[in-house]
Write a protein of this length. Structure first.
Lengths: 211, 211
């Protein structure tokens, strides 16, 4: 299949328009099963080391479960606040950093290690986990194309999440995603807009031939 | 920005048409600087934890460097072969698993840890590395849209690659990518086509509410 210059432009637009969405932007509106299926389909068509497809997706709508997850966020966020000083501590406290309850659904994405050797994973064991991250990025882009906001919450204790979701011992939590319709997508990343971090210059991060 | 049903279809087609490309498909034809820039631009517009943008890209065309990298592949691949038994060992030996020399260029993608605390990375430290993987997946999709093949080589010793590329001590190699024009993209993943692994059924990997 050959893609046109319009197709290339479309992909670039989706990449540029993708945002990390938090609870301040989600609106109370369900996401259709058709959209959820399309997002999961994008995920399972990600690359995976040795075609191992080492991913599992727990789709969570139940509010009791989500309230328990949110408790872990509160605990970890309290610890996180201590790490930022003065002005930055004030700014941190004012940020809305998750949308666990405000979103329409959550998807916990796990890595399931294989019991047999996986082609391509024999030296760099992390390649399995990286495959799961590729799946999440595909889901994120597809969600954005569908007009569905997605936020990745990493201020969570993976072991507590595993216990809440009754995950088997060998599974590893990679990402905890909140999905839902939004009132708007920001034009720029929220942390760039708020000048929390500056955008890096491409010339500082692209290196020719070797360091 | 609102995307149309045609845009959604385009994204899905690019996701489905993306392949892991090895040396048996690359053709001897340079990739334009314009295409390289578009691929890198897709990368740096990936999500990153706390907008930390913790990525660095070493663009390698030099054949002496690539030959050294390939030595690490040979060493690690010899070890890998021992892990597969009987029929699978024969099949493994026949597979072409990289395109380090056959491709037009390589890109080594590194994670650069931050010296100050990163928002969102205080509990799950891996979130920084995951951001770099999201960048790689964006690059992979953009390469495919542009008609450029990309293969991720993970049968490499990261420490040897760091030494060859003179990478600072704190950097972590996440992905080693080979890029180039191809004679064709396979319709299905090569390892699926060769029945090395079976495609998983979505019902076996999507879980409702909890395990």
């Amino acid at each position: 299949m050959k893609f046109t210059s319009e197709d290339i432009e479309t992909l670039e637009q989706i990449i540029l328009a993708r945002r990390d969405v938090r609870g301040n932007r989600f609106i109370n509106s369900p996401v259709s099963q058709k959209d959820i299926d399309k997002i999961l389909f994008a995920g399972v068509n990600a690359p995976s080391v040795g075609f191992s497809q080492p991913w599992e997706f727990v789709v969570i709508k139940d509010l009791d479960i989500r309230n328990k997850i949110k408790e872990s966020f509160f605990e970890e966020n309290e610890k996180a606040k201590q790490l930022f000083k003065e002005k930055r501590a004030d700014a941190y406290t004012q940020l809305k950093l998750e949308g666990i309850i405000e979103s329409a659904l959550n998807i916990a994405v796990f890595y399931k290690p294989s019991k047999h050797p996986i082609l391509g994973q024999t030296t760099m064991k992390e390649a399995g986990v990286y495959s799961v991250v590729c799946a999440i990025q595909n889901m994120w882009l597809m969600a954005r194309a569908l007009g569905v906001g997605l936020g990745w919450v990493s201020i969570l204790d993976p072991n507590k999440i595993k216990t809440i979701l009754k995950a088997p011992k060998d599974r590893k939590l990679i990402g905890y995603l909140c999905l839902g319709h939004v009132d708007k997508f920001y034009e720029n990343p929220e942390l760039e807009r708020l000048q929390w971090e500056k955008r890096k210059n491409i010339n500082d991060i692209v290196i020719k031939e070797s360091y």
